[in-house]
Design a protein around this ligand. Structure first.
Ligand code: COA
Length: 161
């Protein structure tokens, strides 16, 4: 059987926490689609095109990983891609309620959808994209949390001193 999965998110920007989840999911599936949302609820630092480009560059050597943009419901995107496994990274226990709710909603939208939660590496438990943006704006050293290309891109945006 050909197993494929979707890892959806804003990725504004992608962090080492996301990359850890992607590398582990890559081992479990034949194909992994990283789905970058044009999220109308968030006002991103990076355009969707910039986010896609950063992620594509990071995973260009993997023949299992595809990067795509989408808008609207993740369930609709899943149907379009004929790919009904959604990867989620679970960080602290506090993520659980939200993930539980999302998985219920997604299954109500399309019963074929299953959410697979991978436990985030302890190093990245408290990491989020907005935390990175905030740390960068104060000129903190973020090299432990994001790839070099993201640091460079944040600098270019004037978001890293
Ligand atoms: N390492 C580091 N950071 C992580 C992480 C990890 N393993 N997992 C999540 N995060 C961060 C994200 O960067 C994000 O940070 P931010 O809020 O500062 O941007 C935060 O934790 C929340 O992550 P997540 O819940 O994945 O939010 P998201 O905005 O990246 O993605 C979607 C959310 C796109 C998956 C969800 O909103 C969605 O499916 N939207 C489409 C609409 C829809 O279908 N709705 C019905 C289902 S609820």
């Amino acid at each position: 059987m050909y197993n494929k999965a979707i890892y959806a998110g804003s990725f504004d920007p992608i962090t080492n926490g996301h990359i850890d989840i992607i590398r582990r999911a890559e081992k479990l599936f034949d194909k992994l689609i990283i789905a970058v949302i044009r999220n109308p609820e968030k006002d991103p630092v990076f355009t969707i095109e910039e986010r896609i480009e950063l992620i594509t560059e990071l995973f260009k050597s993997s023949n299992k990983i595809e990067v795509e943009g989408f808008e609207g419901l993740t369930a609709e995107f899943a149907k379009k891609k004929d790919s009904f496994t959604l990867i989620r990274g679970l960080r602290a226990v506090s993520d659980f309620d939200y993930e539980f709710q999302m998985s219920q909603i997604n299954r109500a939208l399309d019963p074929r959808i299953e959410s697979v939660c991978l436990m985030t590496d302890a190093k990245y438990l408290y990491l989020s994209s907005s935390l990175i943006r905030q740390l960068a704006s104060y000129g903190a050293n973020i090299s432990e949390f994001v790839p070099k290309s993201v640091e460079t891109a944040l600098k270019a945006k004037g978001h890293l001193k």
